[in-house]
Design a protein around this ligand. Structure first.
Ligand code: BDR
Ligand code: CA
Length: 307
C-alpha cells in the first residue's frame, strides 16, 4: 500500500521537484497539494503547482492557502523583486487545470478530521502558516496528523540571515505553533539538504534521462545553481518528501526544538537542543546529515519515470 501524503508547498523550483517526486514515487500516494505564501505570492505558488501537474499529465487537487504569515502583516522584509532561484513563475506552460474552490486550511481540517487523516503524512515544505492556522482553528487536528515531515530551519547556518532559514524566517510565529503542537515531526533543515546536494554533473545525469520530469528538474536545478554560483544546489523540499518513503536518507537526532520569534539578530532561528540543555522532552527528530548518493540515485530513479 503506498504511503499517503499531503504536500504543503510554496512552489518554487525545489517544491516543484518535490511535487514531481511525490507523483512519480511508487511508494507514495499524493492526496493533494496545499499552497502557501512563500517563495512567490500564494497565487503564483498555486499556478506553479498546477503547471507541474499539467506537465506530468496528472490530476491532483490543489488547494490555495494563506497569502500572508500567521501573525505578521507581511514578510519581515517585503520582497521587492523575485528570488532568482525561483523567478516569478516556473518556466513551464501556463496551467490549464484549475485549483479547488475550498481554502487549503479548511481542506486540511476537513481531511485530517476525516477517516484518512490518521494514515496521511503531512509534508510542509514552505512557511508554516497554513499548518498553524489549521491548528488554531481546529485544535483536535494535532491528534489526527500522524507525522509531519517539515523542510525548515538550520542548525549550523541559515540562508536568509546568518541565523535563519527561509521557511521558518518567513513566518516564525506560525512555525512556532507547528513545532510546539505535539504533532510527531521530523525536521529536515539546511544541514541535511546541503549534505544531500546535487552538483552540475548530477544535473546532467538527470537531464540525460529525457523524461518531462527529469528535463524540467534539470532546468530548475540550472536556475538554482546559477543563482548561488557554487556548482551545486540543495533540492531541499524533495529530500523531505522522499524521506517519508525512505527514512534512511536522513541521519536524525531526537531532540527538543523551538523557534525564535523575538531575537533582533536571530528571528526565525530554529533552536535544536542537541545537548539537552533545556531538560525538555524531545519533540522532533532533526536531520543533521543525509545520504547524498542515495538521494541523487533516487532522484534519477523517480524523475526518469512518467506518470
Ligand atoms: C526552503 O525555502 C524555500 O526557498 C525553498 O523552497 C525551501 O522550501 C529552503 O530554505
Ligand atoms: Ca519550499
Amino acid at each position: 500500500m503506498p504511503h499517503k501524503v499531503i504536500l504543503d508547498v510554496d512552489t518554487g523550483t525545489d517544491d516543484a521537484i518535490a511535487l514531481m517526486c511525490a507523483v512519480l514515487h511508487p511508494d507514495l500516494e499524493l492526496i493533494a497539494a496545499t499552497t502557501v505564501n512563500g517563495n512567490v505570492p500564494v497565487v503564483n505558488c498555486t499556478e506553479n503547482t498546477l503547471r507541474v501537474f499539467d506537465l506530468l499529465g496528472v490530476k491532483v487537487p490543489v488547494y490555495e492557502g494563506l497569502p500572508k504569515p500567521f501573525v505578521r502583516p507581511n514578510f519581515p522584509v517585503p520582497r521587492d523583486k523575485p528570488n532568482p532561484a525561483h523567478g516569478e513563475y516556473l518556466d513551464l506552460p501556463p496551467a490549464t487545470s484549475k485549483k479547488q474552490g475550498q481554502n487549503a486550511v479548511d481542506f486540511l481540517i476537513e481531511y485530517y478530521m476525516g477517516p484518512d487523516g490518521p494514515s496521511t503524512t503531512l509534508v510542509p515544505v514552505g512557511p508554516l502558516s497554513n499548518v498553524a492556522m489549521a491548528i488554531r482553528m481546529e485544535p483536535r487536528i494535532v491528534e489526527r496528523i500522524p507525522e509531519m515531515v517539515i523542510m525548515g530551519g538550520g542548525h549550523e547556518h541559515g540562508n536568509v540571515t546568518p541565523s535563519a532559514e527561509f521557511n521558518i524566517w518567513a513566518d516564525p510565529e506560525g512555525a512556532r505553533v507547528a513545532f510546539l503542537s505535539g504533532i510527531p515531526m521530523r525536521v529536515v533543515p539546511l544541514d541535511a539538504t546541503w549534505a544531500a546536494r546535487t552538483d552540475t554533473a548530477q544535473v546532467e545525469q538527470l537531464r540525460a534521462l529525457g523524461t518531462p520530469a527529469a528535463v524540467a528538474a534539470a532546468a530548475f536545478c540550472d536556475r538554482r545553481i546559477q543563482s548561488w554560483n557554487v556548482g551545486a544546489t540543495a533540492i531541499h523540499d524533495a529530500l523531505a518528501l522522499c524521506a517519508v518513503a525512505d527514512p534512511s536518507l536522513l541521519v536524525t537526532h531526537h531532540v527538543y526544538a523551538d523557534v525564535e520569534t523575538f531575537g533582533e539578530l536571530t528571528v526565525g532561528r530554529t533552536v535544536f537542543d542537541t545537548h539537552a540543555r533545556t531538560g525538555k522532552e524531545p519533540n522532533c527528530h532533526v536531520a543533521l546529515d543525509a545520504d547524498r548518493e542515495k538521494f541523487n540515485a533516487l532522484l534519477r530513479d523517480l524523475l526518469g519515470r512518467t506518470a
